[in-house]
Design a protein around this ligand. Structure first.
Ligand code: SF4
Length: 346
């Protein structure tokens, strides 16, 4: 087994065929930039950011619906993360809040239970976006709300799952030689689904942690596996083959697979989760939110599927910066444009 020094040297001096590796997790995108990994690689190893930032892939129809709900007298929209700053067709939730709409930031979805209990005169709507990692938290929230028979707590869901969007990217993005499988998602789903995807797509997957050394070992493994089928789990402290069975059970109780709309990709069959029929009393109007009116000139759609590097967008660093984000990929700290901008990544 190679030492880390040997791996670093091999990655810097690699002179074989070009290898295009996609990370499909926003936290990996951020970790790759923070650790300066692109500068440690041979120019023949290309890292490409994929559609794993939940804020970035949420279509404008979802933001528009949240804005509309927040302007109702009897409704308060709760959100966490950067979603508040992402523009819908006309405005973001932050703009709506500045106009007097009812929008509140929370640090955990579970806070919404207390808020709803203490204020029965208002309906609280949680902006439930995310991937397999976050959906179990929403299931826990619903478990509590159901037990307490809370009628004034609802979710506006835009929940995504990884396998179908990975299939979509392989078919439509083109030219990916290997995937850094998302570590947090794999902790819930298990590494097994990536083994199945590898067999089906004929592309290697390596499940990775988030530290610089872990990412370098993952990239080294993927370079060695180019052209081969296979899955390696290099994040065994956290990820098992089967995943977190309790979390999966909790999700299955409340949610079922559904079609879902992705920024720049349209509706991908079976790529999301929605509330089951028997729990639709908790839904704030999530069905059919598929319109995607991106800001003029924003290339997020192409960036998210690896067709364009963030710095290839004509607005990057000029009209669009983290302080004055034009598109969702520059808003989120997990967004490709944000990370390329703050790290100077090429
Ligand atoms: S730089 Fe800004 S405008 Fe361009 S793709 Fe990224 S987020 Fe959109």
């Amino acid at each position: 087994m190679q030492t880390l020094e040997e791996i670093v040297k091999a990655l810097k001096e690699y002179d074989g065929d070009e290898v295009r590796i996609m990370e499909v997790c926003g936290t990996h995108t951020a970790a790759i930039s923070e650790n300066g990994i692109p500068a440690m690689l041979s120019p023949k190893i290309k890292l490409i950011s994929g559609p794993g930032c939940p804020v970035c892939v949420t279509v404008t129809a979802v933001i528009d619906k949240l804005v509309e709900l927040s302007m109702r007298e009897d409704t308060i929209v709760l959100t966490f993360g950067d979603l508040i700053r992402v523009k819908g067709t006309d405005k973001s939730l932050a703009d709506a809040k500045a106009d007097g709409a009812h929008v509140r930031m929370v640090y955990s979805p579970m806070e919404s239970i207390k808020l709803a209990e203490e204020d029965p005169a208002h309906t609280y709507v949680f902006a439930a976006i995310g991937f397999e990692t976050t959906t179990p938290v929403y299931a826990m929230l619903l478990e509590q709300a159901d037990k307490k028979n809370l009628k004034n707590l609802k979710l506006l869901t835009s929940l995504k799952t990884m396998p179908e969007v990975i299939r979509w990217v392989v078919k439509n993005g083109g030219g990916i030689d290997g995937f850094i499988a998302p570590g947090h998602v794999a902790a819930v789903t298990g590494s097994g689904i990536f083994e199945e995807l590898s067999k089906e797509l004929g592309i290697p997957f390596v499940v990775s942690g988030f530290e610089g050394a872990q990412l370098l070992m993952t990239i080294y493994a993927l370079v060695s596996m180019k052209g081969k089928t296979g899955m390696k789990n290099l994040y065994k402290d956290v990820v098992t083959y089967e995943g977190n069975l309790k979390a999966k059970e909790a999700v299955e109780k409340f949610f079922e697979p559904s079609d879902s709309s992705w920024r720049g990709m349209g509706t991908i069959p079976g790529s999301g989760m929605t509330l089951k029929k028997e729990y639709l009393q908790f839904d704030a109007g999530s069905i059919g939110l598929d319109t995607d009116n991106m800001p003029a000139g924003c290339q997020c759609a192409n960036v998210l599927v690896g067709k364009l590097r963030p710095y290839e967008c004509p607005l990057f660093g000029k009209v669009c910066t983290p302080d004055n984000a034009h598109g969702a990929c520059m808003v989120s700290t997990e967004g490709s444009c944000y990370n390329y901008f703050v790290s100077g990544r090429k």
